[in-house]
Design a protein around this ligand. Structure first.
Ligand code: PLP
Length: 346
């Protein structure tokens, strides 16, 4: 890895962060808060929340097996994605490389930050090759984006290929494991010591069933986490989210139950799709969704919308021509989808 200072935007390296009222007295016992221009009435909503989410990180450290100092929490992983650009990429100068197709936010955030985005196509089996990603890099490439299991293709990227990128690339490698809870593949967040250029993303939005809370995680070296904390809005994770997330972390059996059911349902639904005359191919999945190639994706999509059933039409996405992406729902919802598709008359 190149020295961190060479990778970080010079203005961010030099940045003196906003010092919030709640940071400055740190270490002392305090009872009377007359420092932040808050209203003393209407507890607990009158007080600014903990800017570094100390309690939540302590719990997550145990669950995720990553020290608290290596955790950043954001307003969804989308905040962490945007921060990667704001910390590392000089607008109009630097570029990033990403597997293609993949999660759309990597490109949207590149565009909003005026950073050039270089998509590198997966092969016909949706597999990633370290060499082709590395070949697309030049001296201005700051970040390589890898999503595993990948959205929208559903499959894991090969561990050896991800390791190859981490070892051979001198910049930052982001491995987005938003769907890691659905997969039995080894996760990368516990290998931060081995790879100082690694940033791993996790989220409460998928297996944890908390998309509405907006809580995303980034795991990285302390130096990278410190940079994220310096650039983020001071109170980026609100009190309700911090409190409710703590409650959810105490009910972890639910997550395991949900994952088990969703994986069973995924198997059932994929088998049913294979038998549909309008389905040409079902792609393997390590996530809570799968991609299916249909005879006429647009017409089937429209037909389902008419019936009040919404799936994701991916037919205009690179390498996904004719494909619908199906999220696994409850048993009832999945059966309703199959019922509608069996009745479909092209
Ligand atoms: C859904 C998803 C996320 C989650 O984003 P949040 O902002 O945490 O809700 C992140 N990455 C990928 C690849 C996703 O599909």
């Amino acid at each position: 890895m190149k020295p961190l200072q060479e990778l970080v935007r010079p203005n961010i390296w030099k940045l003196a962060p906003y010092s919030s009222a709640r940071n400055e007295y740190a270490g002392k016992e305090a009872r009377v808060f007359l420092d932040a221009n808050e209203n003393p009435y209407n507890a607990p909503y009158n007080r600014y929340p903990d800017p570094l989410q100390t309690e939540l990180k302590a719990q997550l450290a145990k669950i995720k097996n990553v020290p608290a100092e290596n955790i950043f929490l954001g307003n969804g992983s989308d905040e962490a994605i945007d921060l990667v650009y704001r910390v590392f990429c000089r607008p109009g100068v630097d570029n990033v490389v990403a597997i293609e197709p993949t999660y759309g936010m990597y490109k949207v955030c590149a565009d909003t930050n005026d950073v050039s985005y270089r998509p590198v196509q997966l092969d016909a089996h949706y597999a990633m090759h370290a060499d082709s990603l590395l070949r697309s890099c030049d001296k201005h490439t700051k970040v390589i984006w890898i999503c595993s299991p990948n959205n929208p293709t559903g499959n894991n990227m090969a561990v050896e290929e991800i390791e190859g990128v981490l070892r051979q690339f001198g910049g930052i490698v982001v491995v987005d494991e938003a769907y890691g809870d659905f997969s039995s593949a080894p996760v990368f967040r516990t290998r931060l010591q081995e790879f100082p250029n690694l940033i791993v993303l996790n989220t409460l939005s998928k297996a944890w069933g908390c998309a509405a809370l907006r809580l995303g995680m980034a795991f990285a070296s302390k130096d990278i986490i410190d940079l994220f904390n310096k650039v983020k809005y001071p109170y980026n994770v609100n009190l309700l989210t911090q409190q409710h997330a703590l409650e959810m972390l105490n009910e972890r059996e639910n997550v395991e139950k949900w994952v088990t059911i969703l994986l069973q349902e995924r198997t059932r639904l994929m088998r049913a799709f294979i038998d549909l005359p309008v389905c040409e191919q079902v792609y393997p999945s390590d996530a809570n969704f799968f991609l299916a190639k249909m005879t006429d994706a647009q017409a089937i999509y429209d037909y389902l919308v008419e019936k009040g059933i919404i799936v994701r039409n991916r037919t205009r996405v690179t390498l996904c021509q004719g494909c619908l992406r199906i999220t696994i729902g409850t048993k009832t919802e999945n059966s309703e989808l199959m019922g509608a598709l069996r009745q479909y008359n092209p």
